[in-house]
Design a protein around this ligand. Structure first.
Ligand code: UGY
Ligand code: MN
Length: 249
C-alpha cells in the first residue's frame, strides 16, 4: 500500500524511529557489489549498530573479512548460498547466519532466478576479557521452538543465538496471537532494531502509539518505553536485535 503524496507513517524522534517501506531509498554499499541496500538504522540516527535491508539479484554478492565487525543475516525471501569461515549452507526464507568478528563470509542468491531479500544487523564487536569471540552460527528458524514469553502461550519467543557471555547481541523472533501483548511497557538499557515480518499491531514508542505492519522497521534507543499489541486476525511476527551481556558503563 502506498501513502498519498506528501504523507508518510515514518517518524524520526530522539529516542525511536519508525521507517516504513514506501520511503526506502536504496544505494550500493561497500561489501555488497551489485546489491540494492537500504540502511534503515545507523549511528547517523543515534544507534550503536546498523540495520540494512539488502536485495541480492542475480550476480550480486555480499562478501568480506571484517576485523572488528560482526554480522547477523536473516533471509526474508528467496534462497541464498552462504559461507561463513569454513562453513557452507543453502538457506531459504527463515534462514539465518551469524558472522563473528574477523570471519570471512560470502552470500549470493541461489539459482540465478529470484532475488533474495536479506535483513542484516551489523555492529562493532565488544570483546569481554578472558572470553573468546563466538563461533559462526547457521540455522533455519523453522527448526527452533518458540517458548511462551513470561508464561504467555499467546506470545512465543524464538532465540536465534546462544545466550552465552561471548555474544554481545541477541536476535529473537516474537510471534503474537491476535490480541496478545507485551506484558508490560518495557523500559530498559538495551537497544533494539526491529523488522515486522507478518501481520500488524500497535507499537507504543516513548509516549506515542503507532499502527505498524509487515515490512516496517523500528529503532528503539536505550530506555525508550516500548509496548506492543497484535491487532488484525492473523498472528503478528517480528524479528529484533538487542545488545546483551556487556557492562553498564
Ligand atoms: O527482549 C525484549 O526486550 C523484548 N521483549 N522487547 C520488545 O519486544 N520490544
Ligand atoms: Mn525490549
Amino acid at each position: 500500500m502506498t501513502d498519498p503524496f506528501g504523507h508518510t507513517r515514518s517518524v524520526l524522534s530522539e529516542r525511536y524511529a519508525l521507517i516504513t517501506p514506501p520511503g526506502l531509498v536504496r544505494a550500493p554499499l561497500p561489501g555488497w557489489p551489485g546489491a540494492a541496500c537500504a540502511v534503515v538504522i545507523s549511528p547517523a540516527m543515534g544507534a550503536r549498530f546498523a540495520q540494512i535491508l539488502v536485495t541480492l539479484g542475480p550476480g550480486a554478492v555480499g562478501q568480506g573479512q571484517r576485523s572488528r565487525e560482526e554480522l547477523f543475516l536473516y533471509v526474508r525471501s528467496g534462497a541464498v548460498a552462504i559461507g561463513v569461515a569454513d562453513q557452507r549452507a543453502t538457506l531459504t526464507s527463515g534462514g539465518y547466519a551469524y558472522v563473528p568478528p574477523g570471519a570471512s563470509f560470502s552470500v549470493r542468491a541461489e539459482g540465478n532466478r529470484e532475488p533474495a531479500e536479506l535483513l542484516v544487523f551489523q555492529r562493532a564487536y565488544l570483546p569481554l576479557a578472558g572470553i573468546p569471540a563466538p563461533e559462526p552460527v547457521i540455522g533455519q528458524e523453522q527448526d527452533l521452538l518458540g517458548a511462551p514469553f513470561l508464561g504467555d502461550e499467546a506470545a512465543l519467543l524464538k532465540t536465534l543465538l546462544p545466550d552465552t557471555p561471548a555474544f554481545d547481541m541477541a536476535v529473537n523472533i516474537f510471534t503474537f496471537m491476535p490480541g496478545a501483548t507485551l506484558p508490560m511497557v518495557e523500559t530498559h538499557v538495551m537497544e533494539h532494531g526491529l523488522l515486522m515480518l507478518n501481520g500488524q499491531g500497535i507499537y507504543r514508542l516513548a509516549s506515542d502509539w503507532h499502527p505498524v505492519q509487515a515490512g516496517d522497521v523500528i529503532w528503539m534507543a536505550p530506555f525508550c518505553p516500548q509496548w506492543f499489541v497484535a491487532t488484525g486476525k492473523t498472528p503478528a511476527r517480528y524479528i529484533y536485535y538487542k545488545d546483551v551481556n556487556r557492562d553498564a558503563l
